[in-house]
Design a protein. Structure first.
Lengths: 206, 564
């Protein structure tokens, strides 16, 4: 399964709506002007995710993981390498930005940021599909990409594909990059793509 | 909830969270609860929210007014339906307090490290100090600082630097006695002074600070070695207390400030001493110039006097000689043998006086003569001297090589010098020894001999005596003049080597002095002025002279002159 160009465009637009909400919420929360760049969306087989990520993230990663369930089910992660996570924490809290490693307070901040971004995106999907999605409490883990991916389970559905969304935060004249990864069961993915097509048509009609 | 909120169970159960804790609503945190009812889960970090519910701090020693909390808000699901929210709150006050302490400690260490690094390197200790006070005040979040300085031995303190004061307030405390008010107490006792909750303090010394609105105050004495140089103090308008860590930190800062102040003073003292020294050197130079001018004038007067006297003495001396001669010629037959003897003695003395005045005249003329340097052919000059001096004309007396170097000199002055040296060479020989003189030249660079241009094997050697220059060297040497005056230019050295009686080492320094003779007692006639003329003449031509000699084995006089 591959995303067609129009599907890619539609997903990009949808996720961008979610990002705008997330950026607004983060700006209000922190008092800093925070922007989220227009996302770059792609779909890849799960087996390729590790390889793709290893090209852009080094060493262990900080990943905020939220499981969502309901009519669509899946796993959503915001993944940043440790340096990026420490930088993001420092920029948001006006603390030092060159810290090595994440202390407990920094982990909570990164978790909250991830939570806001994930909620915004999944909320957009929920609105599109006109379904109510339930989220688990977000958790942050610092470990290798392979371990993160190996711990993902989505009910009984077969997992084949991951939506990989390259995400870039702009704040205080700095940039922090990471990946939003949404892993859906095959059925959920097919349903999502169907609804996406309908949404696209509605947009064109309007 | 009831434990920390102070509310009873009955007051809390069945009530709206937003109604009980209005702060939650005003901080727009109600959206999180509403989201949870729609299935969203939220995390609220303590770093970004501080707390969800305003409960009292659980760490009394911290500066936190409220408990620091991390909260999770999520949907409460029963039978697959969302029926409410569930909120979990973690008390992270201790953790945040420790973290804040660690950050503060790190910041203090960075500040101390910065101060240590800049303390000795700062080219302007004043601006360093001001920057240090500003950074320290920022770190401690205090509004007021005072730096007083005490001069050595003084009983007054001067306000050197301050922050947070108006000009009028600064003026009021510009000068204080040591011991006056809280500011001066630290200086007097040479100990830290700490006053917490200052507004409630009854100490009259605190009145000035109370008027400024200060609520806590700490002063540290600035001490270098055993000398008090001043005080450094900080005061807060917002806070009632300084922590012990802050007081200890200020004690370290005070040490750095004391060193910086001491360094500033020492640099100023050094600068003043340097200026005084320069002034003194300038005055000294001026005095030396004045005295040199006077001395030059005196010497010039003396030389003029010497010239006049010797010139004016010559006529009467000639008269004495003439009349003695006339008396001898006309009345010798009538004179007794003793009278003739007296006449001879008178004539001899008159002759000696004549020679003396003549030499004195020559010596004083050298000082007055205008020197004109020109290339001089040495061979023709020496030949000229030989032609006019019968004693030198005897065959084998003077060895004169064909290729003597041309020198830059004043011709008549050089002729005078060489003439004196040659006359000495034929005079000061042991009885029965044929005088033998070798003249040669060599070019000398600043580093030493470059080449010897004449061949010493041309010496006539009737007596079989080896030339002193080639003999085993037990000689000493002496030089006049300062070769360093022309350090970089090559010169020509003229050697006048004899087989005379040689010179004792103890006369080495003296023989070129006026009226000095190298024999005691002297069996050889002489005025003691000949070599003084040589030394003076060479000096006037910008050259130098000297001698190497060995008693009983002859002497080697040398004259250094510039190459043309």
């Amino acid at each position: 399964m591959e995303l067609s160009p129009s599907q890619t465009d539609a997903l990009t637009e949808l996720i961008n709506i979610g990002y705008a909400r997330a950026a607004g919420a983060l700006s209000e929360l922190t008092g800093h002007r925070i922007e989220l760049e227009v996302p770059k969306v792609a779909m890849h087989p799960i087996k390729s995710v590790s390889r793709i990520l290893s090209e852009v993230v080094r060493g262990e990663v900080a990943s905020v993981n939220q499981v969502f369930s309901g009519p669509i089910a899946g796993n959503a992660l915001l993944m940043l390498d440790q340096d990026a996570a420490a930088l993001l924490n420092g920029l948001i809290t006006n603390g030092p930005t060159g810290t090595i490693g994440l202390d407990a307070g920094a982990r909570e901040v990164v978790t909250e940021v991830g939570n806001i971004v994930l909620n915004a995106c999944l909320g957009v999907f929920g609105n599109l599909l006109e379904v109510q999605v339930s989220f688990s409490v977000p958790r942050l883990h610092v470990e290798s990409v392979d371990r993160v991916l190996s711990s993902i389970t989505v009910g009984k559905e077969e997992l084949k594909y991951a939506l990989m969304i390259h995400t870039r935060f702009h704040l205080r004249a700095s940039n922090v990059s990471g990946y939003l990864i949404i892993i859906l069961g095959v059925t959920s993915l097919e349903r999502l793509l169907e609804e996406l097509l309908k949404w696209e048509k509605r947009q064109l009609e309007n | 909830m009831t434990q920390h909120s102070g509310l009873s169970l009955e007051q809390v159960l069945g009530r709206s969270v937003l109604e009980l804790f209005q702060e939650v609503g005003s901080a727009r945190l109600e959206e999180r609860f509403r989201g949870a009812l729609l299935g969203e889960a939220s995390v609220l970090s303590s770093a970004l929210h501080r707390y969800l519910f305003p409960f009292a701090s659980t760490v009394p020693t911290s500066t936190f007014k409220h408990m620091r909390q991390t909260a999770w808000i999520g949907p409460l699901v029963m039978n697959g339906k969302i029926c409410g929210t569930i909120t979990t709150i973690q008390d992270v006050t201790e953790r945040e307090f420790q973290s804040a302490q660690a950050r503060q400690q790190q910041h203090r260490e960075q500040l101390l490290s910065w101060a240590a690094e800049h303390l000795l390197r700062a080219s302007e200790p004043e601006s360093f100090l001001h920057e240090l006070f500003r950074k320290t005040g920022e770190h401690l979040e205090v509004e007021l600082f005072f730096n007083f300085l005490v001069e050595p031995g003084a009983e007054q303190m001067r306000l050197h630097s301050s922050g947070g004061l108006t000009a009028a307030q600064e003026k009021e405390i510009a000068f204080l006695d040591v011991g006056q008010a809280l500011y001066g107490r630290s200086a007097q006792e040479r100990k830290p002074v700490v006053v917490q909750n200052l507004q409630e303090c009854n100490d009259p010394g605190a009145n000035l600070l109370k008027q400024l609105g200060a609520r806590c105050y700490v002063a540290q004495p600035l001490i270098v070695g055993d000398q008090l140089v001043g005080t450094l103090s900080f005061a807060s308008i917002r806070r009632n207390q300084f922590s012990q860590q802050e007081i200890d930190f200020l004690a370290k800062i005070a040490q750095y400030v004391a060193v910086a102040v001491d360094r500033t003073r020492k640099e100023k003292a050094l600068m003043n001493a340097r200026l005084q020294l320069e002034e003194h050197a300038s005055n000294l130079e001026k005095k030396v110039e004045e005295r040199t001018a006077k001395l030059t004038e005196t010497v010039s007067d003396l030389e003029g006097f010497c010239y006049t006297i010797s010139h004016d003495l010559r006529a009467p001396i000639r008269h004495i000689g003439s009349y003695v001669q006339a008396l001898r010629e006309e009345a010798s037959a009538d004179l007794a043998a003793s009278a003739m003897d007296f006449l001879n003695r008178i004539e001899g003395s008159a002759r000696r006086m004549d020679i003396l005045t003549r030499d004195l005249l020559r010596y004083s003329k050298i000082s007055r003569e205008q020197i004109r340097m020109e290339p001089v052919d040495l061979r023709s000059l020496v030949q000229d001297i030989i032609d006019h001096t019968p004693a030198l004309r005897a065959p084998g007396t003077v060895s004169l090589p064909k290729d003597l170097q041309t020198v830059l000199a004043h011709r008549t002055l050089l002729q005078q010098c060489l003439s004196n040296l040659l006359e000495n060479a034929i005079k000061f020989v042991p009885a029965g020894v044929q005088p033998r003189i070798v003249i040669r030249t060599e070019i000398r660079s600043a580093a030493g001999l470059v080449s010897a241009e004449s061949d010493t094997s041309l010496i006539f050697n009737r007596s079989g005596h080896m030339p002193p220059a080639l003999a085993e060297d037990h000689s000493w040497h002496h030089q006049n003049g300062d070769p360093a005056k022309r350090p970089h230019l090559p010169s020509v050295r003229i050697w006048i080597e004899d087989n005379g009686i040689g010179i004792k080492p103890e006369f080495a320094m003296k023989i070129f002095g006026i009226f000095e003779r190298a024999c005691d007692p002297c069996t050889f006639e002489g005025t003691g002025i000949g070599l003084a003329i040589v030394a003076k003449g060479m000096q006037r031509m910008g050259g130098s002279s000297g001698v190497e000699s060995e008693l009983g084995k002859g002497s080697r006089f040398w004259l250094d002159l510039p190459l043309p």
